[in-house]
Design a protein around this ligand. Structure first.
Ligand SMILES: *Cc1c(COP(=O)(O)O)cnc(C)c1O
Length: 372
């Protein structure tokens, strides 16, 4: 994928915001470490630069989703613990050992395959594993204390596997109704209580759990979306402390014209100028993750909301301007302009989704510009 450096559309990432969000959370944690979750290219913000910003705020480790994401961090020079939150194909595990990446184990059968594979390879170090407990997410993990303890026993007797951690994941920590959260918490506590010994890391908190369930068990938290300045619950729960959004999405007007009444705009002629209007063209479209659902959404130009008229194209969209503006005028798609602000949540509301998704689908074509 080639990055469109020669186009005025860019995402500006404020690293200080990430550092501040992490530092604010670290200051609330008396006896827990913070691992920054930088999977999916740092939720679209860029994994390596985000990890640096999080490190500056006090993160002592990182979580990623894939082996390759872990290798990216190692190649960038990070020496902290890195946990791959998913299971990894057995034949890729040599790389996990070489790069000292900790891997998630979710069932006994996988452990047995891994053992057979590693025993044949005679690597210098054992593979570090975190056991995942499925307490009600229904995704991956051991389902009971009996299963977990069998796995622990298996690891204790293995020379190629090292038991480094145990964890679970809550599915409703971002909701006001805490009943299902409590059910999951109870299950996890039972598993921990029944363990024959405790590993180095015990963890259960994503951002929402860290923010709204401080009492959650563990000595480490997996801090993701809140680090980017986004409220994990969307509109549902109030922020515990102000989260500072890290990403700004901006572009420029590349053409401005005055149209008479009755002119069609974009594919399908879904918008026809009702009167004489100034129309501006902005070089961003659905190929950049700015979906067709964004038709009708207002962008900010000089602090004034300007509606997206007609369909969003693959690479461009059109806005109705309040008055004639010069080509090159800044357009804010996410961020502040004058007294006004468009948040990632506003975009998510328009797309009828969550801000996590908006951040992740911002296309690789959009350059990320980092500000210290
Ligand atoms: C993505 C992820 C996190 C981070 O979640 P946020 O809601 O972004 O804080 C934590 N744990 C696991 C297992 C994850 O997959």
């Amino acid at each position: 994928m080639v990055v469109a450096w020669h186009r005025p559309t860019k995402a500006i990432i404020h690293k200080k915001a990430i550092t501040e969000n992490v530092a604010n959370e670290v200051s609330r944690l008396s006896d827990k470490e913070l691992f920054a979750v930088v999977k999916a290219n740092g939720y679209g913000h860029g994994a390596v630069e985000t990890a640096k910003a999080a490190e500056a705020g006090g993160a002592s480790g990182f979580c990623v989703a894939t082996l390759d994401e872990g290798i990216e961090l190692r190649e960038a020079g990070f020496v902290q613990p890195i946990l791959v939150l998913n299971m990894v194909p057995v034949d890729a595990l040599t790389l996990a050992v070489i790069h000292d990446l900790s891997i998630t184990a979710g069932n006994e059968e996988w452990l047995e395959h891994v053992t057979g594979y590693l025993e044949e390879r005679h690597l210098e170090h054992p593979l570090k594993l975190h056991l995942k407990v499925d307490t009600g997410m229904g995704r991956i993990g051991f389902r009971s204390s009996v299963e977990v303890n069998a796995a622990v026993n298996y690891l204790q007797n293995s020379s190629v596997l090292e038991w480094e951690g145990i964890f679970t994941h809550f599915s409703t920590a971002d909701q006001a109704d805490t009943s299902y959260w409590e059910k999951q918490n109870k299950r996890f506590l039972e598993v921990i209580e029944n363990l024959p010994e405790l590993p180095r890391y015990i963890h259960s908190s994503n951002s929402a759990t860290a923010l709204w369930h401080e009492q959650a068990p563990g000595n480490m938290i997996r801090y993701g979306v809140a680090m980017y300045g986004l409220n994990p619950s969307g509109h549902e729960l109030a922020e515990v402390y102000p989260l500072r959004p890290a990403l700004e999405l901006v572009s420029e007007l590349i053409q401005v014209k005055k149209l008479p009444a009755g002119e069609g705009i974009s594919y399908g002629e879904t918008y026809v100028t009702p009167k004489e209007e100034w129309i501006g063209t902005v070089p961003i479209g659905y190929a950049d993750g700015w979906l067709r659902k964004m038709q009708g959404f207002s962008l900010l130009i000089e602090g004034v909301y300007c509606e997206t008229v007609g369909r969003v194209c693959m690479d461009q969209l059109m806005v109705r301007l309040p008055y004639e503006l010069p080509v090159g005028t800044k357009v804010t798609l996410i961020g502040q302009s004058g007294e006004e602000e468009i948040t990632m949540q506003d975009v998510a509301d328009q797309m009828e989704t969550i801000h996590y998704e908006v951040a992740c689908i911002l296309g690789p074509r959009i350059p990320r510009e980092y500000q210290e």
